[in-house]
Design a protein around this ligand. Structure first.
Ligand SMILES: [Fe+2]
Length: 284
C-alpha cells in the first residue's frame, strides 16, 4: 500500500512509537547497562558567583563544608557555570583557590558571567585550562561538560558553533550505551526561560546516548523537564552575592546517587546562616 509519509514523518512517527513503547535507543542502552555501571555519589551546583575577595571565601568555606557533610562519599562536584560575577581573574581564581577544601575533583564549565561581551573566555581558560568542552569517564559513566555561553548575554543566545563542532568531533569517541551525564550552564529543558535558541542542536548530538541526567544553571531556580529518560534540571543558585529568579530564599546544591545505571537526586539547602541576603547582593 502506498503511503504519503515523508522521510521526516517516518522518523518522527517511528520515534514517537518507540518512545511510547519505552524503546528509544537510550532506554535500551540503559537496560543493557543496568547493573554494570559503577555506584557512586556526586554533587552538582550552579551559579556560585564568587564576587568579593574578603566576603566570599568565608561564605564558601562554610558552604563547601556543608556540601561535604551532606555527601561525605561524593566523588566529584559539577559546577554548571557562573563561577564569577564579572569575569575577572580575581573572582575565578578566588573560587579556584577554595576548591581544594572539597578534597574531590571539581568539573567546571563557563557561564555567561564567565564570558566577556565579545565572547572572550580567556580569563576562564587561564584559570581552568581545558575546561571549555571536555568529557570525563568515571566508574563506567560518562560526563560531558560543554560551553553554552556565547557572550555575557543572558537571553536570546545561541550555543557557540565551536561547542557543536567539538561535539561532532568528540562525542562519537564515546560509548552511547554507557550511562551519561551532560551539563551546560544555559538551560536545555524545553520551554525553560532563557533556553538557547539552538539548544536542540546540542541535544541532537546526544539523542542516541544513554543520557541519565542533564544539569543546567543560569535560571536561578528549580525546574525539571525531560529529555528522553533524563531529567533536565536547573537549581537555585549557591551564591553569597546573588539571589534567585524564582523568589526562593533557599540556596544549595543537588546530592546525587548513581546506582544501577540511574541517578537519584535530592536538594540540600545551605545552612541558615548562609541564606541571609548579603548587603551587597545583586538580583541575579
Ligand atoms: Fe547566574
Amino acid at each position: 500500500m502506498k503511503t504519503n509519509l515523508s522521510r521526516r514523518d517516518f522518523f518522527v512517527r517511528s520515534s514517537a512509537a518507540a518512545i511510547a513503547a519505552s524503546l528509544w535507543p537510550g532506554r535500551m542502552f540503559a537496560d543493557e547497562a543496568k547493573g554494570e555501571a559503577g555506584e557512586f555519589d556526586f554533587i552538582q551546583v550552579n551559579d556560585v558567583h564568587f564576587t568579593d575577595p574578603k566576603k566570599c571565601p568565608p561564605w564558601f568555606e562554610k558552604a563547601f563544608a556543608a556540601m561535604r557533610e551532606s555527601a561525605p562519599k561524593a566523588e566529584f562536584l559539577i559546577v554548571s557555570g557562573d563561577l564569577s560575577s564579572e569575569n575577572t581573574d580575581m573572582e575565578l581564581g578566588g573560587l579556584k583557590d577554595l576548591f581544594p577544601l572539597l578534597k574531590i575533583p571539581v568539573h567546571v564549565m563557563p557561564g555567561n558571567h564567565d564570558t566577556a561581551a565579545d565572547g572572550d573566555q580567556s580569563h576562564f581558560e587561564k584559570n581552568f585550562p581545558g575546561a571549555l568542552n571536555y568529557a570525563v569517564e568515571h566508574r563506567g559513566w560518562q560526563l560531558f561538560c560543554v560551553n553554552s555561553a556565547e557572550s555575557r548575554a543572558a537571553e536570546n543566545t545561541k550555543i557557540p558553533a565551536a561547542t557543536l563542532a567539538w561535539c561532532d568531533d568528540n562525542v562519537k569517541k564515546f560509548d552511547p550505551k554507557k550511562p551519561t551525564i551532560l551539563s551546560t550552564h544555559f538551560p536545555l529543558g524545553y520551554a525553560i526561560a532563557r533556553r538557547p535558541k539552538n539548544a536542540d542542536a546540542l541535544l541532537d548530538k546526544f539523542k542516541d546516548f544513554n543520557v541519565q541526567a542533564i544539569f543546567n544553571g543560569h535560571w536561578h531556580g528549580y525546574s525539571e523537564m525531560m529529555f528522553h529518560d533524563a531529567p533536565v534540571t536547573t537549581d537555585r543558585c549557591c551564591s553569597r552575592h546573588r539571589s534567585n529568579h524564582d523568589g526562593s530564599p533557599k540556596k544549595g546544591w543537588f546530592v546525587c546517587e548513581a546506582r544501577a545505571g540511574r541517578i537519584s537526586r535530592r536538594f540540600v539547602c545551605a545552612p541558615a546562616e548562609l541564606l541571609k541576603p548579603a548587603k551587597d547582593s545583586a538580583g541575579y
